[in-house]
Design a protein around this ligand. Structure first.
Ligand code: F6R
Length: 269
């Protein structure tokens, strides 16, 4: 596992963006797995800038991890709206190449099935971006989530609903109780995982995901089963890790990490 610890959140966002951007540069037809949330906002601003600077996104296919049940795509609190606002409307990604489950379909089961079918049809996602919840969720795979789970409808924990309260004007009743999410198995099928966490409030979940035992009650620990994982952190989110000296020296000596650093100085600053 590649654990990269950077001095502040902006550097972590930049590094994560560099992984995505070098992927797009090398393979303009890439399939990207995307996430929403506060952590992703800075990452998407780098993608928007790169697109403005001439990097073409028109051949990309994108798949989002999740969507709230009952919210329509034009609801300002929906993840479709978020993605349009932070990335899709600001770049030349083709709208028909962006896939996010609909939160208010006629049949949820059919929506789930169609999303599963679409993922199967296109094959593996090249790079899957992940945030992490304070309770260790990835996507909306709440504890406990089976490592064999696929895209499905889930019940959101009260903890997660509280974490997302701000987006709903502070009214808990307005935060949906269910979501559609890619499953853990689906996430692990991506060729590369990039998990990004910033801030002290994430440090326990990061420790449990990276160094703790594998368990359904800490869904993010499933990343330990993958063969190509990048965990990008700021110092605050790395605070509870035990093996930081090792991670730092590994990053220093890692050829690919060096390439991402070069990418940043060459194309992003
Ligand atoms: C949302 C998603 C979630 C978030 C996580 C962290 O699409 O996948 O797992 O990544 O809840 O959210 P923030 O970044 O807002 O702390």
């Amino acid at each position: 596992m590649n654990v990269v610890i950077l001095d502040r959140a902006e550097r972590a966002e930049e590094f994560a963006a560099a992984i995505l951007l070098s992927q797009i540069r090398n393979e303009p037809f890439s399939k990207l797995g995307l996430a929403t949330g506060r952590t992703m906002e800075g990452i998407y601003s780098h993608l928007v800038q790169a697109n403005r600077d001439g990097l073409d996104f028109s051949q990309l296919l994108t798949f989002n991890l999740d969507e709230y049940v009952d919210l329509s795509p034009i609801d300002v609190c929906s993840y479709r709206y978020y993605m349009n606002e932070y990335l899709f409307d600001e770049t030349n990604i083709e709208p028909e190449n962006t896939f996010i489950p609909r939160g208010n379909p006629i049949s949820l089961q059919q929506e789930v099935q169609e999303f599963r079918n679409k993922l199967r049809e296109v094959g593996s996602i090249d790079v899957q971006l992940l945030g992490i919840g304070e309770n260790g969720h990835i996507g909306f795979n709440e504890p406990p989530s089976l490592f064999g789970s696929e895209t499905r409808v889930v019940t959101l924990s009260d903890e997660t609903r509280m974490q997302n309260l701000d987006a709903f004007g502070g009214v808990l009743e307005d935060v949906p109780k269910r979501a559609i999410t890619m499953g853990i198995k689906t996430i692990l099928e991506a060729k590369k995982l990039v998990l990004v966490a910033t801030g002290r409030h994430k440090s326990q979940a990061v420790h449990d995901a990276v160094e703790g035992p594998l368990r359904a009650s800490l869904p993010a620990s499933a990343i330990q089963l993958h063969h190509d994982v990048w965990v990008i952190l700021d110092e605050a989110a790395a605070q509870d890790l035990n093996l930081t000296a090792y991670y730092r020296s590994h990053t220093k000596n890692n050829q690919l990490a060096e390439e991402y650093r070069t990418f940043i100085t060459k194309y992003m600053r």
